[in-house]
Design a protein around this ligand. Structure first.
Ligand SMILES: [Zn+2]
Length: 79
């Protein structure tokens, strides 16, 4: 008897691009800044670079960088 683990599709996909460089986004930061709120998409690289500045404004964070590892394993290359 095998246990089936349902795979949850990542919320971020190929159509989500880093706001800084246009690479595939793996982090979605929902920010509140004054009366405004907004969504910022980051690749792993730029999230690392900007997270210090973003965190104080952060309302919600979707971090799917773990998918990176899986993609490398799946197709042997980094997209
Ligand atoms: Zn980027």
């Amino acid at each position: 008897m095998s246990v089936q683990v349902e795979s949850v599709e990542p919320a971020l996909n190929h159509s989500h691009r880093c706001d800084r460089c246009g690479s595939r986004a793996y982090v979605l930061a929902i920010i509140v800044w004054g009366k405004n709120d907004g969504e910022l998409y980051f690749c792993a690289h730029h999230w690392n670079q900007h997270q210090e500045a973003i965190r104080p404004m952060l309302a919600a964070l979707l971090d799917e960088r773990h998918v990176l590892t899986r993609h490398i394993q799946d197709d042997g290359h980094f997209e």
